[in-house]
Each structure stands twice: as structure tokens, then as C-alpha cells.
Design a protein around this ligand. Structure first.
Ligand SMILES: *Cc1c(COP(=O)(O)O)cnc(C)c1O
Length: 497
């Protein structure tokens, strides 16, 4: 299997090269040249495996330059109870009639990003060895809160790497900020940006694709790579849990092999839902992929109208990991939906950069609407939904997951579709404790963050994840705050370039 770039189809690299480079030189994203298939028979067999082996099975179809031993080295190290609090790794909770919560937050940082970022360092270091890359890999991350912490945990003290994380100063939850500022490890750095997530991400992309910076780094024996979902090594682990969830439902007798399911994903950068799209096109029977947004609803409008328009107000919401107006991974979807038309992608994404807006063809719009449904939910309804689910089912979910539940309920009411449905539950409710507690109690509380965590535990009867319980006692190690215009200088400075 080789990988092409969305902005130049003639680029052709191995998975090890795609993973180490992160992004293609001309700014495109790597995509596999075809989508490998899974037969129903294989899906059924996958149901009998443990999670690490399910992952290895899926990876063997994408990472064809890795040996079986290399793949198992990665999966066995990443997906064990050393790192995850549940044996199943991705826990499938049977919530209510025909609806299942795919809990992707039992890893070390309590958000779904761990599913990919626990394995990415193994993919990266294995890839580097395979292609005899004798350079120190510098990971630059832009984060809306969860990726940063998950990447820091994944890469801390990994030999041959260092990692630097940028987050929007006022755009993450107090718990997320504290998680990052107290990060341990000798090869880590964390810095706040006076700006929003898009500023952080644009800054990182600009540094990655700057030729002068690249050669300066090379002269010092270093190279950049990315832990954001622009890296294929971030995306492919996310395909696994959708395959795994389907196989699990069959095994549990909840559905028959071949039955279709819906998948609902609370979406920001479009990475998680794109992974569901890949799972579908590998052979997982899916009816609708439902894209749920908060009031930064650029994707809802895009799917409903075919016009992507980022020229709009940016809102800080109670689901901050979805406060994004430029969804990077959409580029991969559109590349596939245009029949891999790199010229078309260059035109649209050129327009997005210069005018903040583009419109897809009628053909692509029809394809989008055939595969996806979309909706959004504001903060008030997010909190109401958390309250409603708790009252009705005794289940406590986080704000992002609540957005997905609300959008799904709206979809069901509008369409009458009763297909069994998997909802991606993307974070532990403890990570967003202020909004979750306010939703549960019906009023905002002014007790401190840790008291809120204790209170949620009393109400929900959910164990407090060990990693969050420990935070209270950890010293803060990072406090830099810079202007977005200073990002490049900051990086070069820190690297001594
Ligand atoms: C990152 C994140 C999302 C959005 O996922 P994308 O892959 O960026 O669409 C949703 N919920 C939580 C909790 C997240 O951390």
C-alpha cells in the first residue's frame, strides 16, 4: 500500500514515510492509494480477538511495509491495561434502546485522543528505524485541549523525539490547562497562544511547510513531524474502534452480521468521523454517518449546503475540543469524493486560504448528503441533554458526547430512522467538570475544580480517573504565553536553531 498526497496525486510514499513526514511537502495530506476491504467473515473473526489484535488486523491492511512483528510491537505496547483503565480498551456501553455509547476515554488523559496517541510514538519510532532516518523527530502540536495532553503523554521520554504543544490561552477547560501545565517528561514543552485553535493550527502548519526552517533543522540533525490528525498515523488507529464496535455488537447478539448501523460523531477537525467513513468503506455496514457540531457549525452548513464558509464568528463553548472553523481532515474526504482530483483540491483549499470559502460541485454535494447527516447543538441544549440522559438512564456523559446525543435525537425525530446507532463518546465527564456539574445540578457552582470533580463522583457514582485525581498535587512546570506572531521564533529558540 502506498500513500498519495491530496494536493499532488503523483506523490507516492510508503506508510513509514507518510507517518514520519506527517504532512506532504506541498501542504497536502497523505491518503492510502486505495481503501482496503474487510469481508463480513473477517469482521466476524475480529469479534473473537482482544483489542490489540483487532488493531493489528486492521493495521496489516494499511501499513503493508511493517512486518507482523513490528505491528504487534506497536499494538501490544499501546493497547494494554498498563495504559487503559478497561480490559476492552474501547468500552461499548449499552445505553438505551438500540443506542450504544462507544466510550473512547479510558486512556491516560481521559479523552479519545489517547486511542491514537498511545500508539503514534511506536508507529513513528518504528517507521524512522525502517527508513533509516537518523534524525531527532520534533513533534509540533496545535491543540484545542485534548490532543495536546494526549500527545504529551504518548511522547514523554520517548527516545529520539521531543514534543512542543501550543494551545489557545482562553480556549481550553481548567482541567485541560492544568493537565498540560503539569506535564512531566524531559523532552516536552507547552506554550499558550493569545488566539484561538485555528491560530495555533495555522501557526504550526506554517512552520512545518517553511523551507528555511526545514533546512535549518536538518543542519542540526532534526526534523519536524506532526501528532495532529493531519498525520495518517493518527487516523488509522481511529478506524479500528469502529470496526471493533461493529464486531462487538455482532458478537453480543445486538445486531446480525451484515445489519447496518448509524455512527454519530461529535466533530471538530473531522478526524474521528473520517475514520468512521474509512471503516464504512472497508466494509463495515453503515447507514448514516452523523456529524454533530456545537455552535461553531461550519460543518453542519457545509454538509447541508455544499458551501464551506469560515467567515463567521468564532465561539468559545462548553465543548471546547470542537471549537474549530477549519476542519483539516475534510480535505481527505473531498479528495476521495472528487475521485482523487488533486487539481480540484488545490483550487478549493487555495480559496479557503485566500477567501475563507469554497463551494463544492453538485456531484460532491450529493455524495456528501448521501453518506452524512449533520446537525448542531448550542451550550444550553448540551447541558439540558446531559441532565436528561442522567435523569432517564442514570448515565453521566461529557459535553462533547452530549452534543452528539442531542444531534442524534434531532435526527431521529426528523427522519424516523430506527437503525441501531453507535455514538462516539469522546471524553470523560470529569474533564469538563464545570459544565457537567452545572448540567447535573441545574445551577452553576463556584466551588473549585477539584471539589466539582468530587461532587460529580457523588452524583454519577463513576470512579474518578486516577490521572485526574493526581493533578491536584502536581507542580506547574509551564507558564509561557506568546502572541500568535511569535510562534515560529519561539520554536526555533527552544530548539536552539
Ligand atoms: C478532539 C475532540 C473532538 C473532535 O474530534 P475531531 O477528530 O477533531 O473531529 C471531540 N470531542 C473531544 C472530547 C475531543 O477531544
Amino acid at each position: 500500500m502506498y500513500y498519495n498526497s491530496t494536493r499532488n496525486s503523483s506523490v507516492k510514499v510508503s506508510s513509514a514515510e507518510a507517518i514520519t513526514q506527517g504532512i506532504s511537502a506541498e501542504g497536502g495530506l497523505f491518503v492510502p492509494e486505495s481503501i482496503p476491504s474487510l469481508t463480513l467473515d473477517e469482521i466476524s473473526k475480529i469479534g473473537d480477538m482482544k483489542y490489540a489484535d483487532r488493531a493489528a488486523y486492521v493495521f496489516s491492511k494499511y501499513l503493508t511495509d511493517f512486518t507482523e512483528a513490528e505491528i504487534h510491537y506497536c499494538t501490544d505496547n499501546a493497547y494494554s491495561t498498563k495504559n487503559f483503565e478497561t480490559e476492552s480498551i474501547a468500552e461499548l456501553a449499552h445505553l438505551f434502546d438500540g443506542t450504544y455509547m462507544l466510550e473512547l476515554w479510558h486512556g491516560p488523559t481521559c479523552a479519545f485522543k489517547d486511542m491514537a496517541l498511545q500508539i503514534l510514538p511506536y508507529f513513528l519510532t518504528t517507521s524512522a528505524k525502517k527508513i533509516n532516518l537518523d534524525k531527532k523527530i520534533v513533534i509540533l502540536v496545535a491543540t484545542s485541549g485534548d490532543t495536546g495532553k494526549a500527545a504529551l503523554e504518548g511522547f514523554k521520554d520517548v527516545e529520539g523525539t521531543s514534543i512542543m504543544v501550543f494551545y489557545p490561552e482562553d480556549g481550553v477547560s481548567p482541567m485541560q490547562k492544568r493537565q498540560m501545565k503539569t506535564q512531566e517528561g524531559s523532552n516536552v514543552g507547552v506554550c499558550a497562544i493569545k488566539g484561538n485553535f485555528d491560530d495555533c493550527q495555522n501557526g504550526v502548519k506554517a512552520i512545518f511547510t517553511n523551507d528555511d526552517v526545514k533546512s535549518a533543522l536538518e543542519a542540526k540533525g532534526m526534523m519536524f513531524s506532526s501528532a495532529n490528525s493531519i498525520n495518517w498515523g493518527r487516523l488509522v488507529p481511529q478506524v479500528v474502534y469502529y470496526v471493533s464496535a461493529y464486531a462487538e455488537l455482532v458478537k453480543d447478539g445486538e445486531i446480525n452480521l451484515g445489519d447496518k448501523i448509524n455512527i454519530v460523531v461529535p466533530t471538530g477537525n473531522f478526524g474521528n468521523i473520517l475514520a468512521a467513513y474509512y471503516a464504512k468503506h472497508m466494509g463495515i455496514p453503515v447507514n448514516k454517518l452523523i456529524c454533530a457540531s456545537n455552535i461553531n457549525n461550519v460543518l453542519t452548513d457545509f454538509i447541508n449546503t455544499g458551501v464551506y464558509d469560515r467567515n463567521r464568528s468564532f465561539y468559545a463553548t462548553v465543548s471546547p475540543s470542537m471549537d474549530i472553523l477549519i476542519s483539516s481532515n475534510l480535505e481527505r474526504l473531498l479528495y476521495l469524493m472528487t475521485g482523487r482530483d488533486d487539481a480540484q483540491i488545490r483550487e478549493w483549499f487555495g480559496k479557503l486560504a485566500s477567501e475563507g470559502k469554497y463551494e463544492v460541485t453538485a456531484d460532491v454535494k450529493a455524495k456528501l448528503q448521501d453518506e452524512f447527516a449533520a446537525g448542531f447543538c448550542d451550550d444550553e441544549h448540551t447541558k439540558q441533554t446531559i441532565h436528561m440522559i442522567y435523569e432517564k438512564y442514570g448515565y453521566t456523559c461529557d459535553t462533547h458526547t452530549a452534543v452528539a446525543v442531542k444531534v442524534y435525537n434531532d435526527y431521529k425525530a426528523a427522519t424516523g430512522d430506527t437503525t441501531k446507532t453507535v455514538i462516539a463518546s469522546t471524553a470523560s465527564p470529569y474533564k469538563f467538570s464545570a459544565a457537567v456539574l452545572e448540567a447535573l445540578e441545574g445551577v452553576a457552582s463556584d466551588i473549585d475544580e477539584y471539589a466539582k470533580v468530587d461532587k460529580i463522583s457523588e452524583i454519577s457514582k463513576l470512579d474518578i480517573p486516577a490521572a485526574l485525581a493526581d493533578l491536584k498535587n502536581k507542580p506547574e512546570r509551564f507558564s509561557d504565553v506568546i502572541d500568535k506572531s511569535e510562534q515560529k521564533e519561539y520554536v526555533l529558540n527552544k530548539l536552539g536553531v
